[in-house]
Ligand binder design. Sequence first.
Ligand SMILES: Cc1ncc(COP(=O)(O)O)c(C=O)c1O
Length: 446
Amino acid sequence: MSVSADPSSTSWIDRDAAVVWHGFTQMSAYAGNAPIIVDRAQGRELIAVDGRRYLDAISSLWVTTLGHHVPELDAAVRDQLDKVAHSTMLGNGNTVTIELAEALAPRVPVDQPHFLFASDGAAAVEQALKIAFQFWSNQGVSGRTRYLALGGAYHGDTIGAISLGAGGFGTDVFDPLRFSALRAPGYDDPAWADGAVALIEAHAHELAAMVLEPLVQGAAGMQITDPASVGRVVEAAQRHDVLVIVDEVATGFGRTGTLFASEQCGIRGDLLCIGKGISGGYLPLAATVASGRVFDAFLGPDLSERTFYHGHSYSGNGLACAVALRHLELVDEWDVLANVRARAAQLDALLTERVAALAAVAAVRQRGLMTGVELAPPADGLRWGRRVCAGAVERGVLLRPLGDVVVLMPMLTCTAEEIDRIVTVLIEAIDDVGTTGTDAPGGAPA
Ligand SMILES: Cc1ncc(COP(=O)(O)O)c(C=O)c1O
C-alpha cells in the first residue's frame, strides 16, 4: 500500500510541502517520494498518520537510542517541566545541567572535562574549532591557525564544520565560503594513518588542531578503520602538541559497542564533540568537552580577552539535560551496551551469511550497530540506494541511504527478531532492484 494513497496521508503531505522545508531534500520531488508523516511512536516503531507502523531502523537519523516514547524518559521531561524548562547558561547556572555534567564527567574520554553545551552536533564542532584556535592565541602562540581533517570527513553543516568536512552531498556550491583545511586520506584508504601522521609531522607548527571521527566515518558511507590506526594518529598529533578534536557526535553513546569509540582506540581527545544520542534522541542537545589543559588556557581576569566569547541561546537547556541524565542512567541500568554487542554480532553473522555475497552488493561495513551496505548498481543513475530503501519502507522498515550505501542503524535496544526482520526486508528490497536492474518511479525519502 502506498502511503500517499491514503487520503489522510495525502492531505498531511500536501500541508507539509506547502509550508515546511526539509533538509537535504529536493522539495519539488518531496511529496512524490512517498514520505511518511509520523503522528506518534511506540518503542522502536514510528506510527504514521494512516496508522501504518515502521520499524525505525535508522534511529531517526542516528539519534534515538533506547526507543521512542520511553516511559522513563518521558517522565524525566515531565518532572523537569514541573521545575523549569530553560534558563540561560550565559553567566548563570542550572541544577539539572550541573548534574548532567557531573554524571558525564567520569564517563567521557577527556581529562578533567568541562562541558560547553549546544544544541546540535555541528554547533559542538564549531565551538571546538574556535576553542582550538583561541587556545593558542590566549597563550601568545602565533601561526597555529590551520586544521587537519580527513578525506570523507563529515562534521555537520555550519560553515566551520563544512570546512573541516570533505565536501560532497551537493555542498560544493559553498566552496568559496570554506576555509581551507589540510586533508589527509580517509578511512577508505588503508594507508590513511600513514598519510595523516606524515601531514602532522610536516605541519604541526601551523596546526591549531586535527579532527577525526574515531573508528567510523558515518556520513562517508560507514567507512571503518581499526582502533590501532586511530590511536597511532592521535598519539602523533599529541606528541607534536597538535590539539585533537574527537568528533563522537555519531559514534558516541553506545553505537559502536562502548559508550564512546575513543575507549576502543585508547585515546583521550583534547576536545570531544558529542550530540545525537546524548539525549536518547529526545531533545536537541550537544556539547563540546574541553580537557583541563584547554579550559585553563581561557582563565584570566573578568571580561578579559582570554574569555571564550561564544554561546547559544538554548545552551544547557533544562529539559534536554534532564532527559540526557536519565538516559545515561538507563544505559547502565538496562545494560544496553551488552545488547549492542550481542545484536551487532548477530547482525554481522547475518550480513556475512546472507547479504555480503549478493551480486547486487559491493561491500558490507559494520562497527557495532553502525552499518553500511554498499550496493553495486550496474550503471550510474539507477538510484539503487533510494530504491532499495523505498522497498524496505513499503515493507514497514524505515531505511534511508547515503547515495548507494544503505545505512542500517538499529536502536541500541533492538531485539534479535528485529535484526532478523531488518536483514530479511533488506534482502527482499535488494532483490527487487537486483532482478529488475532498471530505474523505477517513486522512491524512499533520501
Ligand atoms: C560525525 C558527525 N559530526 C557532526 C554531525 C552533525 O551533527 P548535527 O546534525 O546534530 O548538526 C554529524 C551528523 O550526522 C556527524 O555524523
